[in-house]
Design a protein around this ligand. Structure first.
Ligand code: TYM
Length: 338
């Protein structure tokens, strides 16, 4: 697909909870930045998803602005892509309701994220947390997006969005929604914790040492990589040798993604070397790639007027795309015109 092909549209979202980290960057943002050069892209700060768990309202407003700064610092260019916050565009809530009536309880019961996030207290979880993937489907379908760049953890939600689109089209007898394709790309589609190679790097991990934040300075990045959990063996010369070594595999994948190569190439260069050599090389590469993002983030994050202006303009552009699609969905289900 090319820029001239207007039947393709990219949409993706990110929650304004906690700091942007290396998992977000390598799993999603790096692809967003690349795709904005060649595709019509819409990127959304999903503040409505962020209230599905208990939250502090003042912290949410601050986090929404900071994430805007972080996305711009990471390379999102609002002359090329639409960037806005979800709650500013009414379509999301309205289409989500319609899609709630299309999705089946049995489908949502299978969502692993709800099980993970509600933990032992399923009865005490919000209804919003349960319906979260339907809102995510509305985000995507409400722009007739065809491609959705995400990390691996979003695969199940994307499959659900396709099922909802397919059932809507079939039930109401028109091909209103294209079936969105997940784009899970790059050498690090699932970045793991630096403390435990079997757990996903995540904003909610209590240990700061488990993740590299995009706002970390050079010393912090270096310290976190030096302290990252590893094993005592040298690196193998081929990826097969990483089987059963999740921490080593994670660091190799991070190196590959940051250098724009792949695991076989990294292991061709570092096979036979121990972590005493590999970790400093990885730290240097991470600092080279990430420190400029942190510096830019620090410059931007205090400029409230500029950040609010960007979001306001982004919401107007997003709304102009979403409004006619929402109208069609309302007509298809039989609502009278307002
Ligand atoms: P969120 O905010 O948890 O994460 C944003 C993006 O970062 C990716 N990601 C990772 N990738 C690799 N390794 C990791 N450790 C890692 N952690 C996070 C996620 O896969 C995601 O691409 N439900 C979504 C937000 C959302 C959305 C949407 C996404 C709402 N509506 C519509 C796509 C389309 C979420 O919570 O992402």
């Amino acid at each position: 697909m090319t820029v001239t092909d207007s039947s393709n549209r990219v949409f993706s979202g990110i929650q304004p909870t906690g700091d942007l980290h290396l998992g977000n960057y390598l799993g999603a943002l790096i692809n967003w930045v690349r795709m904005q050069e060649t595709h019509e892209c819409i990127f959304c700060i999903v503040d409505m998803h962020a209230i599905t768990m208990t939250h502090d309202p003042r912290a949410l407003a601050k986090a929404t602005r900071e994430l805007t700064a972080g996305l711009i610092a990471s390379g999102i260019d609002t002359d090329k892509a639409v960037l806005f916050h979800q709650s500013a565009v009414p379509m999301h809530a309205q289409l989500a309701w319609i899609l709630n009536c299309v999705a089946r309880v049995g489908w949502l019961d299978r969502m692993t994220q709800f099980k993970d996030k509600s933990g032992k207290d399923k009865e005490g979880a919000s209804v919003g947390l349960y319906a979260y993937p339907v809102l995510q489907a509305a985000d995507i379908l409400g722009y007739k997006a065809t491609h959705v760049p995400v990390g691996e953890d979003q695969k199940q939600h994307l499959e659900l969005a396709r099922d909802i689109a397919e059932r809507f089209n079939r039930t109401f007898g028109e091909e209103l929604f294209p079936l969105p394709e997940p784009m899970i790309q790059g050498a690090a589609t699932r970045v793991m914790s630096l403390r435990d190679g079997t757990a996903k790097m995540s904003k909610s991990d209590a240990s700061e040492m488990s993740r590299i934040n995009l706002a970390d300075d050079a010393d912090t990045i270096t310290r976190k990589i030096k302290k990252a959990k590893t094993d005592a063996d040298a690196l193998p010369s081929e990826p097969a040798g990483l089987a059963g070594r999740p921490e080593a595999a994670n660091l190799v994948n991070i190196y590959a993604a940051l250098s724009g190569s792949d695991a076989p190439t990294v292991l061709r260069d570092f096979g036979g070397q121990g972590f005493g050599v590999f970790k400093p090389a990885l730290a240097d590469l991470a600092v080279e790639k990430l420190a400029p993002i942190a510096a830019r983030f620090r410059e931007l994050k205090g400029d409230r007027t500029m950040l609010d202006g960007i979001l306001h303009q982004g919401a107007e552009r997003a709304n102009a795309i979403a409004e006619p699609i929402l109208k069609d969905a309302k007509r298809a289900v039989g609502f009278l015109k307002a």
